[in-house]
Design a protein around this ligand. Structure first.
Ligand code: SF4
Ligand code: SF4
Length: 730
């Protein structure tokens, strides 16, 4: 077969699609990049899969499949090829069913659109390269930071998966807060009992190495090759190499010394809920001031939580902590009167049971707020408002217990910063994507488990820790990372060291490497407008095996040094040109780049629901909206698009790591500015965000862009003048 030619296989979906296949075949066969075109009845069935295998053989991998949604057909085809040890990395998919035949009742129009989109895929296929599976050996070692329940469970889970683990704890013992809980709902067991077997397993393990009284200062590197910088309490600093990191630093309890009305820190008989837990788990209940007996306790909920100045949200755990302690007191110290002053009692899951039990056992719940605490004649006085009775009451408790807010542990944001990812507004570690990538962080190979991400109950922390261990195992595969090299490839010679990729990569993959003997220079424009040659002191380095293949670095790189192995600039530009071949004054086209994660599902659903929209639309998939650059958008106008739209994931829902869609927005904004500057209408380009199942939103967006395309028509630019719009206009 002539080099770089592709075989096109078109599926009729059991002869159900109203498309003119013979016309399509004739048109596509005319393309010099096409070897042959075959029409098949059911490509997804055995007979079709045989044809695909045969085509992959004959075309040395370059096959274009025009069928239904790749979300359904691709996994099936890949499995079928893998069974025969055939490489599927050069197969390109065009959805002529949901994206064309099912949404455009006019068969002629749907046929025209299908041909254009297949033509685009053929151009991508022409320049495609076979991607091989690469293997990298990495140390089978993981560092777990934090020796509470989440850290302990992480270490044990990782050990069971075969990893060597170093468990680092800031204090002098393992167990975190849990070891000090007298009872853990709904288990009925104490924290110490829950931890006992786990602590035994850790001390008898040969693969888990515990370092207490040790603080991790910062971490650098990438998955498979992190360096952990740590310091012991006597000031000795050291480093350790590790392949992955588990952040399990738990939480700290808010100490409300600044909230004067509660007298915490001034009156010793005002304590926090966890301070009471510690007292109870030590078998004691006494006034702190003089060790006297405790007969009357008032607990105050939501201290520092649900408050704008401290923690905006509910701390989730404190109601359960309070009820657990109240029950423990009533059972072990009968005759003690416990009142809980609350705004709302929030006990999820089975914890509702202990709430009910506590009411039956005589815990007094008062809906209201404490208005004042003061000391008088050696006694603590407290005034509270009961909102159900609309009355103020006073009492003289022996202990006032504050259910204080649950905050992230100290040092979390510093560590996150050293790893290059953001924390939530309240300082908890931000997970990559709450829906699909829980426990993952922006830095590949670093997971966050337990209360470091949000307040978590014991059983949630345990589940989190196990999930985190599996995520790491999935990545490290026991120390041999084996993955298809489908991602960004960097040509170091072309890198000008701007670090845009390192700053903006949603997964923190590119590293900037110092060029010790910097020889290469780049031209920079000084403030005076003079050009100056400067040495390139840093250059990027990208490990393709760590890359998530979004293409954000590619769309930002000013020197095209980094490009996706499966969608280079040349490939996408070729696709744009071929897809828009039929565009013109009499046929204004809206070109839609869509993200292959969220937007694709929405667009597929539009097809499944048989919603109709204008056929003078052409769709091009991209791995993430962030892959589309200003140049790509301008290329579309150069080749005749009247309007361009990007269909991306919703805000904060970018599947790659929360920033791809924001980068796309910036590219669209810049494109709008350029269009304005050269006198074209900025509304020719727009970005539309959508969740994965919002067909109406896509329909609305596409109709709007089609309306604008009809109104504006193609731009006056001529093919071949990309980058010279100013001249073209004048
Ligand atoms: S964006 Fe491009 S030029 Fe800039 S550092 Fe990264 S690879 Fe190098
Ligand atoms: S393709 Fe995306 S994940 Fe990979 S290095 Fe570039 S920006 Fe990072």
């Amino acid at each position: 077969m002539t080099q770089n030619k592709s075989i096109v296989l078109m599926c009729t979906c059991g002869d159900t699609l109203k498309l003119d296949y013979q016309f399509m075949k004739t048109r596509l066969t005319q393309m010099p990049q096409v070897d042959s075109v075959e029409i098949c009845r059911l490509l997804c069935q055995e007979e079709g899969l045989d044809k695909i295998r045969d085509a992959v053989h004959r075309a040395e991998g370059r096959v274009v499949i025009a069928a239904c949604t790749s979300q359904k057909i691709r996994p099936r085809i890949e499995m079928a090829l893998a069974r025969h040890e055939l490489n599927s990395s050069q197969i390109h998919y065009v959805n002529i069913r949901e994206h064309s035949a099912w949404v455009h009742p006019d068969a002629e129009e749907a046929t025209r659109k299908s041909v254009d989109m297949i033509r685009g895929a053929v151009k991508v296929s022409e320049l495609s390269r076979s991607m091989e599976t690469l293997t990298k050996k990495v140390p089978s070692h993981v560092t777990v930071i934090g020796g509470g329940i989440a850290g302990i469970e992480s270490a044990l889970s990782l050990e069971q998966l075969g990893y060597e683990v170093t468990l680092i704890e800031l204090t002098e013992r393992l167990g975190g807060h849990v070891i000090e809980l007298p009872i853990v709902a709904p288990t009925g067991r104490s924290g110490a009992e829950i931890l006992a077997s786990r602590l035994n397993a850790i001390s008898s393990s040969k693969k888990i190495h515990v370092r207490t009284k040790t603080r991790v200062k910062y971490i650098e590197g990438e998955m498979g090759n992190f360096t952990v910088y740590y310091e012991s309490d006597n000031g000795v600093e050291d480093t350790m190499k590790t392949s992955a990191v588990v952040l399990a630093m738990g939480f700290k309890e808010f100490k409300p010394t600044a909230l004067d009305e509660y007298r915490y820190g001034k009156n010793p008989d005002v304590i926090t809920q966890l301070e009471l837990s510690k007292m109870l788990s030590g078998g004691r209940l006494q006034r702190v001031s003089d060790g006297g007996p405790v007969k009357e306790i008032v607990m105050i909920q939501c201290v520092g939580s649900r408050a704008e100045d401290y923690k905006r949200d509910c701390s989730k755990l404190c109601c359960t902590f309070a009820i657990d302690n109240a029950l423990e007191i009533i059972k072990k110290h009968p005759g003690t009167h416990v009142r809980i002053v609350y705004m709302d009692i929030r006990v999820p899951f089975e914890n509702e049971e202990i709430y009910r039990e506590s009411r039956q056992m005589g815990v007094d719940y008062i809906r209201g707020r404490v208005s004042m605490i003061w000391e008088q004649q050696g006694k603590t006085h407290l005034r509270f408002y009961d909102s159900l009775l609309n009355t103020y009451f006073e009492s003289t408790p022996d202990l006032v217990v504050l259910s204080s807010a649950i905050l992230p542990a100290d040092g979390v944001s510093e560590l996150a910063q050293s790893l290059g990812f953001a924390v939530e507004y309240d300082g908890h570690v931000k997970e990559l994507y709450g829906k699909l990538r829980r426990n993952e962080t922006r830095r590949r190979g670093v997971v966050a488990v337990g209360s470091v991400t949000r307040p978590q109950f014991v059983f949630e922390s345990v589940v989190d820790a196990q999930a985190g261990a599996l995520i790491i195992h999935n990545e490290l595969q026991g120390g041999t990372i084996e993955r298809m090299a489908r991602g960004a490839i960097l040509n170091t010679d072309d890198c000008v060291g701007c670090s845009l990729c390192a700053q903006q990569c949603p997964r923190g993959v590119p590293l900037m490497i110092e060029q010790k003997n910097a020889e290469t220079t780049t031209k920079r424009t000084t403030e005076n407008g003079d050009d100056k040659e400067e040495k390139i002191l840093f250059k990027a380095s990208i490990d393709t095996l760590n890359c998530h293949a979004c293409g954000v670095c590619q769309s930002l790189c000013p020197s095209a040094a980094t490009q996706l192995s499966f969608l280079t600039n040349e490939q996408l530009w070729g696709q744009i040109e071929a897809t828009l071949e039929g565009a013109g004054q009499d046929y204004p086209i809206t070109l839609c780049f869509y993200c292959e994660e969220c937007a694709v599902s929405t667009i597929d659903i539009v097809g499944t629901m048989r919603y109709e929209y204008a056929a003078n639309t052409r769709l091009i998939p991209v791995p993430c909206a962030g892959r589309v650059s200003v140049i790509d958008i301008l290329k579309a106008f150069e080749h005749g698009a009247s309007t361009v739209m990007i269909a991306s994931c919703e805000k904060d829902r970018c599947h790659i790591g929360g920033t791809g869609n924001e980068i796309a927005q910036t590219q669209v904004d810049v494109a709008k500015d350029i269009l304005s500057a050269i006198g074209w209408e900025p509304e020719r380009v727009d970005m539309f965000r959508m969740f994965s199942a919002e067909p109406e939103r896509f329909i609305k967006a596409v109709q709007e862009m089609v309306r604008r395309a009809k109104e504006l028509g193609p731009t006056p630019v001529h093919v071949g003048t990309a980058g010279k719009w100013m001249e073209a206009r004048s």
